[in-house]
Ligand binder design. Sequence first.
Ligand code: SF4
Length: 471
Amino acid sequence: MYNKKSTYAEDFINHEEILETLEEARKASKDHQLALDILEEAKKAKGLDHRQAAILLLNEDEDVTKAIKDTARAIKKKFYGNRIVLFAPLYLSNYCVNQCVYCPYHQKNKNIRRVKLSQEEIRKEVIALQDMGHKRLALEAGEDPVNNPLEYILESINTIYTTKHRNGSIRRVNVNIAATEVDAYRKLKDAGIGTYILFQETYHKENYERLHPQGPKSSYRYHTEAMDRANQGGIDDVGIGVLFGINNYQYDLVGLLMHAEHLEATYNCGPHTISVPRVCPADDIDPDSFDESIPDEMFEKIVAIIRLAVPYTGMIISTRESQKVREKVLELGISQISGGSRTSVGGYVNEEEDPTSAQFDVSDHRSLEEVVYWLLELGHIPSFCTACYREGRTGDRFMSLLKSGQIINCCHPNALLTLEEYLQDYASPKTRELGQKVIAENMEFIPNPKVKERAGDYLEKIMAGQRDFRF
Ligand code: SF4
């Protein structure tokens, strides 16, 4: 039975509730007025529940779709302004004992060379990432208790945080590793991770089991309850997501929102981020073999609806998507993007000849600097800020800051200051010139005069070469 506060997977992601939600939404999908009423509700920026979101999703009226996108744009602007946080994935190991049918790292794939980075190789990758200007990483590794045990992940996190090159430092390591036990989550928390990220892939139990035929990940229940164990282990910033294209997107969007509602109801804090990957080509993976792929138009609508349903949750898009698609969804709700990514193990050092197959083919091949320049041209502020995490503003403390609207006096100046750091340390003269113009314009929008004055002082110090701040 549906119970969003239960910690049993099939209660909080209840199959019957999803089917009933979609059935009711189908019946209500032609009701223009109802959709407009829901949008009025969304404008209050208090979120929508999965039933309201499903009605918007299934409504095919073009005017309604336009209104959904307009409202999403307004909410994005209100809570996140024009900041876009940048990060890069770092692949540690492609050893994996699972058999996920959509992933080239699956155990049965004999075409790829298996590689696990040593601590010295990780240090080199980190230096390469620092020299690009990155401050925030998402750590990735396949599931393999022998080759990638927790101790290896913990040691790698320590290597990353302690590697310093010139003015570079990685200030936040988010971790995307397999579902694990409460004790292991506690150790990850103690190691200073930022967000623990785990994609559900699909919320449909039967299809989940078909897509994950063997290995520890094949347990739907264990996987779906991972965020509960993470919370019990003290991790209050968790990131969820589905892999769109491997299952019916309507089902998965409802499941995704139910998961967010469950976390909010049970731990008083919804997910810190939601990622929206779509299945894409890779070694021995043909996306056409999945018949649930979604066109760009629908993908944009999904991003907009997530923005309305969970206005306070960050949204992430990776280089799986092309520049064109990324450009469109940025304004609809995305708050974090990766840039200059390599999706193979050791790919930042061995740029020319990737030593292993990539986990997925990158569609956006631009360098980090090109991505920064593109964001600036579009009127966004590329942000390298990690201050909230460093100041302990995680979980519900971060959410209350966001809900209070105070973010403009906090994230906005920090975004400008970390951008200035990037411009000074890593950018070409052309990017620096444009970036500094954008910074000067945006300094004006810091409402609190004292914060504005302090930000001005910091800016001068950064330009004078000082780098000992906690952004
Ligand atoms: S998705 Fe993760 S768990 Fe599944 S095969 Fe790929 S690396 Fe392994």
